[in-house]
Design a protein around this ligand. Structure first.
Ligand SMILES: *Cc1c(COP(=O)(O)O)cnc(C)c1O
Length: 390
């Protein structure tokens, strides 16, 4: 597949054949389940390989194709699949690359549903998982067994932003013929392109930054054409988790403004980080592009930027003070997810029974903020008034 590198070209023109739809600037939503044939022979050809022609929208759909080509180009990959959400993309990528008796090495505390796949689904089929602190390549290397077939990464993690050295992990895995897969949701290809470092399979949710407006879900899985074809023919068509045409259209629309949104969010996030760092009610601020971040050098080496998500703790944060703070915010909304126009807050303690909250456990005190598209001064004023109430 042709891989143009210019971002503006990919987002505005690439894969759009406007002369086929009245030169409309915005592509049509091809809301169809099936495609007709005049010749039995043509139908036979379509059955033989669903990935080369339109037969049924569980396989290929023209609106989804536009998004698929753009996302592969952004990832610097030969090919990709667009699925109904990030969890589906991750599940397809993992399932396609393990079989009974295999072993997975995963970074510890991956995204909730990755952990559920490793802990609940894979053991049913005799696949085991070892979790490691991926900040040290030695720990990954030591966890590899003779039956390890997959190393699963998430860099940065979406709560504490722990990184893995992607080039080092890719080199290690290649030397042992182990496949590598990463959850690249925090960065998107704008800020990190894992395939450039030699990672085999790159997954990201499109629900967050790609959509950008909190109105659709989507997920992307990128890799070599051979790998993507294997997943298409098996997990993708079997589970039937491809994205719907209208949702693909929303994501194409979201892509148009992705760089502009990233620029603004990057600027606002630094303002919010700097405000929180100097506030006397705030103990720690964790953000991968802040100089105080323990892996700041690695972040600068392999990421082009960081924005949106940051984590902080309150001085002597208790379950009560964290609750008071979060409930006192007037404009920043309390919700899961991120990447949309609206700024969000979520305290780690919302997932912990209050009687299990350990005051000395920094992780229990985590408050994660997502900086959206509002003015930084508007957000800072809201944070300030809520901090002053704790
Ligand atoms: C949201 C998220 C996912 C899952 O994506 P969905 O589109 O919600 O299924 C995966 N990984 C990370 C880091 C996420 O934040």
């Amino acid at each position: 597949m042709f891989l143009p590198n210019d971002l503006s070209y990919i987002l505005n023109e690439f894969a759009e054949e406007r002369e086929n739809y009245f030169n409309a600037v915005s592509p049509p939503i091809m809301q169809t389940s099936n495609f007709t044939f005049k010749k039995v022979d043509d139908l036979r050809t379509a059955f033989a390989d669903e990935m080369t022609g339109y037969l049924y929208s569980r396989g290929l759909n023209p609106t989804v194709e536009i998004l698929r080509k753009k996302m592969a180009a952004l990832d610097g990959a030969e090919d990709c699949l667009v699925l109904s959400n990030g969890a589906a993309a991750r599940f397809a990528g993992v399932l396609a690359n393990v079989k009974a008796g295999d072993h997975v090495v995963s970074v510890r505390n991956p995204y909730t549903w990755a952990q559920r796949t490793f802990d609940v689904i894979l053991p049913k089929f005799g696949v085991t998982t070892t979790y490691v602190d991926g900040r040290e390549i030695k720990k990954i290397e030591n966890a590899v067994q003779s039956n390890t077939t997959l190393i699963y990464l998430e860099s940065p993690n979406s709560w504490d932003y722990a990184l893995q050295d992607l080039k080092a992990v890719a080199d290690l895995a290649k030397s042992k013929k182990i496949l590598t897969m990463i959850d690249n949701s925090y960065c998107t290809p704008l800020y990190q392109r894992p395939i450039d470092f030699g990672i085999d399979l790159c997954m990201q949710t499109a629900t967050k930054y790609i959509g950008g407006h909190s109105d659709t879900l989507g997920g992307v899985l990128s890799g070599s054409h051979q790998m993507i074809k294997k997943i298409f023919d098996s997990e993708f068509l079997n589970v039937g988790s491809g994205i719907q045409p209208f949702n693909a259209w929303l994501l194409i629309r979201g892509l148009r403004t992705l760089p502009a949104r990233f620029e603004r969010i990057t600027r606002s996030t630094m303002e919010v980080v700097n405000f929180l760092k100097q506030h006397d009610k705030v103990e720690h601020v964790i953000f991968p592009f802040d100089e105080s971040f323990p892996q700041y050098e690695l972040a600068k080496k392999q990421m082009r930027g960081a924005c949106g998500l940051l984590t902080f703790t309150l001085r002597n944060g208790s379950c009560e003070s964290i609750t008071t703070f979060c409930e006192s915010l007037k404009h920043i909304l309390m919700a899961v997810s991120w990447g949309g126009h609206e700024s969000l807050i979520i305290p780690k303690c919302s997932g912990i029974d209050p009687k299990d909250f350990i005051a000395g456990n920094m992780e229990h005190q985590y408050i994660r903020m997502y900086v959206g598209l509002e003015d930084a001064s508007y957000l800072i004023a809201d944070l300030n008034q809520a901090l002053n109430l704790v």
